[in-house]
Write a protein that binds this ligand. Structure first.
Ligand SMILES: Cc1cc2nc3c(=O)[nH]c(=O)nc-3n(C[C@H](O)[C@H](O)[C@H](O)COP(=O)(O)OP(=O)(O)OC[C@H]3O[C@@H](n4cnc5c(N)ncnc54)[C@H](O)[C@@H]3O)c2cc1C
Length: 455
């Protein structure tokens, strides 16, 4: 009999863990997976999926208004929060069930409880006390929302985990943070009729994104009715007798709101896992330090996804999990390339981006040709909506290669996914230029920009 109970023990049935477990099992490995919450992980249960469904819901507000310009008479629309909340919850339950079926179908043994690492090859299940000897351990425990820095009264705020389950739609919401999660929820709730204030300690939103996109989105969010308090921090949160939360700010007056959503960042989920006792090296924010093959400092322990704090997105976690399983159990070694990961921010208007920002390209020493276009989308001409689409192409002047594409506007996420194929293939500006435009569309602008920005 083998000295191990399983070939692979996966901690966390989220995006990365589930993919790795299924692929490894398909390669013939004996696999067990533990999940302490709901199968599916952050993306399915409290991230991408329910969030995007909220985004769809929020955009009907403008569709109703725009319809009038096209001849429709729409009775004054009203919105029912419990209907949306419960429909989204049901869809999440359906998807979680599909994830479970996928694991069962792949013959992965499931343990629905918290797993703890006790050594390079040993684990303990917290509730049942079951101990398991595993040839390999994969940590795919994701991340958790952090109130950063902690403040007095911080417990009066909620995180993105709870926002999907609000008992009722608040009149006012304070969203704290300037990253994509904060902005997406601010954008959603303002369109659902909530008076939203966005407070962020930085001078501008979305650090790390292209400057032109940041500034234009900031202006668009303000135009949509979100009150922006930038360059501002909260000293403390106070509970008023009527249940309202009062945020006392370092600058400017206090802000009152029924709900305070804190989205100031996420931390890798490694606290109390037992990794240090097994000798696994952690980084400054608690992330598991891994090499390009997702191997930790302990040869039998690997890690994928948000817990490694590389690029914290679902498709990245999935790809890392797949590469890990193919490499270790399928005799097909490969690793994930973390360059050129396309991403979107599902605010309204939304962002789609791939490749370097202008500042990154400049810092990397590229001589750049920059192409820009800002235009009114066709639909807005008749609807009368004040809306513009912005596109920016960054081209290496020496090789003509496309280094970055940034889009702000309707369907930017959908457009950028297709553009990312070309950019990943190493497309040049000449390739874009010889591509025939598809008319009438917004995306045709990507292949019709002829004149580089002066200077
Ligand atoms: C609000 C929000 C919106 C997002 N939107 C997007 C988006 O639009 N697009 C995108 O690509 N990404 C998005 N993300 C990020 C995405 O959800 C993550 O990058 C992705 O889920 C990471 O996958 P993972 O496998 O690393 O971890 P997770 O999916 O977080 O899975 C980790 C799992 O491990 C479990 N676990 C933790 N510790 C233990 C333990 N000791 N024992 C057993 N189980 C354990 C957890 O319960 C969890 O289910 C969003 C995230 C949030 C919070």
């Amino acid at each position: 009999m083998s000295e191990f109970d399983v070939d692979l023990f996966v901690i966390g049935a989220g995006s990365g863990g589930t993919r790795a477990a299924r692929i490894a099992s398909g390669h013939g490995a004996k696999v067990m997976i533990a999940e302490e919450d709901r199968i599916g992980g952050t993306c399915v249960i409290r991230g991408c999926v329910p969030k995007k469904l909220f985004v769809y819901a929020s955009r009907f507000a403008e569709d109703f208004e725009d319809a009038a310009g096209f001849g429709w008479s729409v009775p004054k629309p009203s919105f029912d929060w419990p209907t949306l909340r419960d429909a989204v919850a049901n869809e999440v339950t359906r998807l979680s069930g599909l994830y479970r079926k996928g694991l069962e179908g792949a013959k992965v043994a499931i343990r629905e409880e918290r797993a703890l690492v006790e050594g390079p090859h040993s684990l303990r299940l917290a509730k049942s006390g079951e101990t398991i000897r595993a040839r390999h351990i994969l940590v795919a425990t994701g991340g958790y929302p952090a109130f950063d820095p902690p403040i007095p009264g911080g417990e009066l705020g909620i995180s993105s985990n709870e926002v999907f389950h609000l008992p009722s739609l608040p009149k006012r919401m304070l969203v704290v943070g300037g990253g994509y999660i904060a902005l997406e929820f601010a954008s959603v709730f303002t369109r659902l009729g909530v008076a939203v204030t966005l407070l962020h300690r930085g001078d501008n939103i979305l650090r790390g994104f292209d400057e032109d996109i940041r500034t234009r989105l900031r202006d668009a969010l303000a135009h949509a009715g979100i009150t922006l308090r930038l360059g501002c921090t909260i000293d403390r949160l106070e509970l008023l007798p009527d249940g309202v939360r009062r945020a006392h700010c370092a600058k400017g007056g206090p802000i009152d709101a029924e709900v305070v959503l804190v989205a100031t960042g996420r931390r890798p989920n490694t606290v109390g896992l037992g990794l240090e006792t097994a000798g696994v090296k952690l980084g400054p924010v608690g992330e598991i330090m891994v090499d390009e093959n997702s191997a930790s400092s302990v040869p039998s322990i690997h890690a994928v996804g948000d817990v490694t704090n590389r690029v914290n997105l679902t498709p990245v976690a999935i790809r890392e999990g797949h590469a890990f399983a193919d490499t270790l159990f399928g005799g097909k070694p490969w690793h994930m390339d973390h360059n050129l990961v396309a991403s979107a921010v599902f605010t309204t208007p939304e962002i789609g981006t791939v490749g370097l920002t202008e500042n990154q390209a400049f810092a990397a020493g590229y001589e750049l040709r920059v192409f820009e276009s800002a235009f009114r989308p066709m639909k807005a001409t008749i609807s009368g909506r004040q809306e513009r689409i912005y596109m920016k192409l960054l081209v290496d002047a020496k090789t003509d290669r496309m280094l970055g594409v940034h889009i702000l506007g309707h369907d930017a996420g959908e457009i950028i996914q297709a553009v990312a194929i070309a950019v990943t293939m190493g497309a040049t500006k000449a390739d874009f230029d010889r591509t025939i435009a598809l008319h009438p569309s917004a995306a045709e602008e990507l292949v019709t920009m002829r004149t580089a920005r002066a200077g």
